[in-house]
Design a protein around this ligand. Structure first.
Ligand SMILES: CC(C)(COP(=O)(O)OP(=O)(O)OC[C@H]1O[C@@H](n2cnc3c(N)ncnc32)[C@H](O)[C@@H]1OP(=O)(O)O)[C@@H](O)C(=O)NCCC(=O)NCCS
Length: 284
């Protein structure tokens, strides 16, 4: 069991081309109902993303509690947020959240009582067909006027910079609504971020962004923002963690690290893996 309080992991499912043996092992280490759900994805990429998220959660709990791998069981609340069944008996209490998009599945884990954690990763790309300004118009009501000012910048701001700032704000909002568990079924315009450090970098964590909800500064919340690579930004929302804690840089796991300590829960299922390998990687 590791003594670390804060865990930040990524797994690049986009560049993971599993062998049949690796896929079967991975799919046998998650709960049956999740295996069934993942089997329904049309594209390989989505199945790998969700599978990696489940494996990150199992690894986190396995390495940070004394629970035997086979006894780790996750439930979902009525909005779909996964939680560890029996988490109140596990000491220290483990709080975690995962996200997957672009090429990465990511996990943020924080131990301690009354801690909330949410995470969101986003690829810095826009391929929606509309121009960027038309897209921004459609998204108007999801951001406050101050946020739009920051996103749009000035006449010297390029579309690439605008898109990066848009994704950064979106990641922040999602990380927060994922930490609270509500998801995006809330008025996002009332969740307002004030960004102070204009640039994100890989290997460095920005922590000075502030959150205002309905005009009130929520001082108990902090946000850790960084780039995983030049095309992916990530935000971690935290509350109840206490001040002065040092933010942790993401560690990129390879497949053997992801699976380290895992034990199959389900028997081998060649038909399931054949179905996976018949799928297209992604829509186009
Ligand atoms: C939660 C939500 C913000 C996720 O958005 P997303 O950008 O598509 O997905 P991400 O990759 O960031 O995160 C997905 C992961 O977050 C977790 N998750 C799911 N629902 C969650 C919630 N409400 N809060 C926090 N985390 C959640 C899961 O681990 C999920 O992975 P999985 O789909 O492989 O199980 C979005 O789906 C949402 O708003 N859901 C609201 C759902 C709701 O209100 N449902 C009502 C009844 S069904």
């Amino acid at each position: 069991m590791s003594g670390r309080m804060s865990i930040r992991w990524t797994f690049s499912f986009g560049s993971w081309n599993p062998t049949e043996c690796q896929f079967q092992l991975a799919a046998s280490c998650i709960q049956e109902e999740e295996k069934i759900r993942i089997g329904r994805f049309v594209f390989k990429k989505d199945a790998k993303a969700s599978l990696a998220g489940r494996l990150l959660m199992r690894k986190y709990v396995s390495e940070n509690s004394s629970l035997p791998y086979a006894d780790i069981k996750f439930g979902r609340d009525d909005r779909g947020k996964p939680f560890l069944v029996g988490c109140h008996e596990v000491k220290p209490m483990l709080n975690f959240n995962v996200s997957h998009q672009g090429n990465y599945a990511v996990l943020a884990g924080e131990s301690g009582c009354n801690v909330k954690v949410g995470i969101d990763v986003m690829k810095l790309e826009y391929s929606g067909g509309k121009t960027l300004s038309e897209f921004f118009r459609v998204m108007t009501r999801n951001f406050s006027p101050l946020e739009w000012e920051t996103i749009r910048g000035n006449s010297k701001t390029s579309d690439k910079q605008r898109l990066a700032m848009f994704c950064r704000h979106w990641c922040l909002k999602e990380s927060y609504v994922k930490a609270t568990g509500t998801g995006i079924a809330v008025n996002l315009q009332q969740i307002n971020f004030k960004i102070k450090s204009s640039n994100l970098r890989t290997g460095a964590v920005v922590t000075d962004t502030e959150l205002f909800v309905n005009g009130n500064h929520l001082e108990d919340w902090s946000f850790e923002e960084s780039l995983l690579d030049e095309n992916h930004c990530v935000a971690v929302a935290l509350s109840g963690k206490g001040r002065g804690s040092v933010p942790v840089v993401f560690k990129c796991l390879d497949f053997s690290e992801l699976m380290n300590g895992s034990k199959p829960l389900l028997s081998a299922d060649p038909a399931y893996s054949q179905m996976f390998f018949k799928k297209e990687e992604k829509p186009f």
